[in-house]
Design a binder for this molecule. Structure first.
Ligand code: C2E
Ligand code: CA
Ligand code: CA
Length: 577
């Protein structure tokens, strides 16, 4: 286990060294040359000093004491250079040499009364001081460097390696042609923790999870060699090495997942959280660093989008085909700019087939005139922050059209629009909506805003404040896709809505078993008890309609009585009564 930890540490350390190491890379040969010069000059010094004879050098007569002084200074310079370039080895060699030399000089002075060697003693003492000074200063510098290096690769909040360290490691593993898996981890619903309990609590959650994960990685208990890093916010990356089969990778990921099931309790509440894990294996799925990271990211987003109980998914080539983000972003922008966003209206009826109103559904015309379905462009618009614009265009256009119909035919119908909660909570949105309602003269009490339950629950407290403002304006509220999100009936109590929309996925299975039917019946009863009316979405078959009638549903919206219609068909429908 310790060996694993050590190996893991060494890989990162090696990488960092490659990056940051400014350590002297003076060649070893230099050390021996300096040592040799030192020995020769020292021997010559001592010979000159003991003979006392003047030396003939380049045509000049040099007195013995001057010649000895020059040679001994040269020897001391060698010693100092050793300390400068060869750190610990240089220091030890220097001290040993001076330590051997000094007693010899002193004994020469004492025994032969040779005071011409006295400057040599001072020279040696100065050399010792210089060598020690240089060594300790250099050590201090390299300690600073170590701290700087580790800060550059450490996430300050959690103490885990950061994004930079992680990409460096992956880069290194690719270079070494090692087989490894990159797992992108994203905590589910982390935003709601921050919203509900504040950043402080959110941070403590991150710290606690990080510490659990770090313990697992360091202990080597998974059997694979793991490296965990925090990328940003609530995103982490796990690099898994030394495995023989994919099963081992999954087994390792499960261990990290199960650590989250242990209670998080140091934030004043006891609660459980989960995360989504997407992974890609190098070189099986991707050959280079950028692809393996982006593929694991794609797999993570895919499993998050699925919203199932399984939280682990491997990248597949299929996902590349599904990643239309870039392609659609351009299309959406150009549709917004060129009036390519429009709407269709799907009718809603009560159980006696009387028209209740219409839901406005966004459509987008591509440059070639073909129509793109919202199932494709809405998720992308949400991702790139353009859904707000679409929502408002659909609201303005459909309110203008339906407002006219209401006036012309004196209709008591509702227009439902879809609004993303992000939009609702955006500064100025409610004001803009109020202004538009006043200007267009659309009756506020005939407007209904559909909000998706899963999104709303994520930031419940904040959202309810905004919903209250809408209700004060007279606008009605519907909870869309009920049952698909956080499915928390208990939350319904705190949401000031009028209508509950049961998601199509429930209606699809309504007659598959008695249990399914009873479950939907229970939702309807509960909705009624809480004061909501209930509409079922996606009703296609007669027997579904019959069952819904039997269990007391108030309204239906589905292909059985009406698909989303263009404006002409809507006008025909209302004019024919
Ligand atoms: P949604 O809000 O749940 O809308 C209902 C979807 O179910 C619509 O799909 C509708 O055409 C479809 N549907 C209704 N009845 C039936 C049925 O009997 N059978 C089947 N198979 N489908 C039925 P659409 O128009 O493709 O919209 C898909 C989703 O896109 C919407 O789901 C909504 O989440 C989103 N969306 C659509 N328009 C907007 C918009 O203006 N703003 C926002 N933010 N989202 C929108
Ligand atoms: Ca809707
Ligand atoms: Ca819906």
């Amino acid at each position: 286990m310790n060996r694993q930890k050590e190996q893991s540490r060494r890989t990162i350390e090696d990488t960092l060294n490659r990056l940051y190491l400014k350590k002297s890379s003076a060649p070893k040969a230099g050390y021996w040359v300096l040592l040799l010069i030192y020995l020769v000059t020292s021997a010559a010094t001592s010979a000159t000093a003991s003979s006392g004879a003047d030396v003939k050098f380049a045509g000049f007569i040099v007195p013995a004491y001057i010649f000895a002084g020059v040679l001994s200074s040269l020897a001391n310079i060698c010693i100092i250079l050793m300390a400068v370039f060869y750190e610990k080895l240089g220091l030890i060699t220097s001290l040993v040499l001076i330590g051997l030399q000094l007693p010899m000089i002193i004994s020469g002075i004492v025994m032969r009364n040779n005071i011409t060697s006295l400057p040599g003693v001072f020279g040696d003492v100065l050399a010792i001081i210089a060598v020690l000074f240089i060594y300790f200063n250099k050590k201090k510098m390299s300690d600073y460097e170590k701290v700087l290096r580790s800060q550059a690769v450490t996430d300050i909040l959690t103490g885990l390696p950061n994004w930079f360290a992680c990409t460096e490691l992956i880069d290194e593993l690719v270079r070494r042609e090692e087989r490894f898996a990159v797992v992108t981890i994203d905590i589910n619903g982390f935003k709601s923790i921050n919203d509900a309990m504040g950043f402080e609590a959110g941070n403590r959650v991150l710290i606690e999870i990080s510490s659990k994960w770090k313990t697992i990685a360091d202990s080597g208990e998974t059997g694979t060699m793991d490296f965990i890093a925090r990328l940003n916010g609530d995103q982490f990356s796990l690099v898994v090495r030394k495995f023989d089969s994919e099963d081992e990778v999954i087994h390792t990921i499960r261990r990290y997942e199960s650590a989250m099931n242990e209670q998080i309790n140091n934030i004043g509440y006891d609660f459980y959280i989960s995360a989504s894990f997407g992974y890609a294996i190098c070189p099986d799925d991707a050959k280079d660093m950028d692809s393996v990271i982006s593929y694991s990211d794609m797999a993570m987003h895919e499993i998050k989008r699925e919203g199932s109980d399984e939280h682990i998914l491997r990248f597949t080539q299929e996902m590349l085909k599904n990643d239309h983000t870039l392609e659609f972003e351009g299309k959406i922008r150009s549709a917004i700019d060129n009036d390519g966003v429009f709407f269709m209206l799907q009718p809603q009826f009560d159980m006696s087939h009387k028209l209740r109103g219409f839901e406005a559904l966004a459509r987008m015309r591509d440059e070639d005139g073909s129509i793109i379905s919202p199932g494709l462009f809405i998720p992308v618009a949400e991702k790139v922050g353009l859904v707000d614009k679409i929502d408002f265009i659909v609201f303005k256009k459909s309110a203008a059209f339906v407002g006219n119909l209401i006036r012309q035919y004196d209709l008591d119908i509702t227009l439902s629009i879809n609004v993303s909660v992000r939009h609702l909570m955006k500064k100025g949105f409610l004001e803009e909506m109020r202004r538009h309602l006043e200007e267009s003269g659309f009756p506020a009490n005939q407007l209904e805003v559909e909000i998706t339950e899963s999104v709303m629950i994520e930031s419940l407290e904040k959202a309810t404040g905004y919903i209250d403002v809408l209700r004060e304006m007279g606008v009605q509220i519907a909870i869309d896709d009920f049952g698909t999100g956080y499915s928390s009936l208990s939350y319904l109590n705190s949401i000031p809505a009028n209508l509950l929309k049961i998601d199509k996925s429930f209606i699809d299975g309504i007659n598959s078993s008695e249990k399914a039917k009873l479950y939907i019946a229970a939702i309807i009863s509960l909705g009624h008890i809480m004061g909501y009316e209930v509409i079922s979405e996606g009703v296609e078959e007669n027997d579904q309609l019959e069952t819904l009638r039997e269990i007391g549903c108030d309204y239906i919206q589905g292909y059985i009585w009406g698909k989303p219609l263009p404006m002409e068909d809507v006008e025909k429908l209302v004019s024919e009564g």
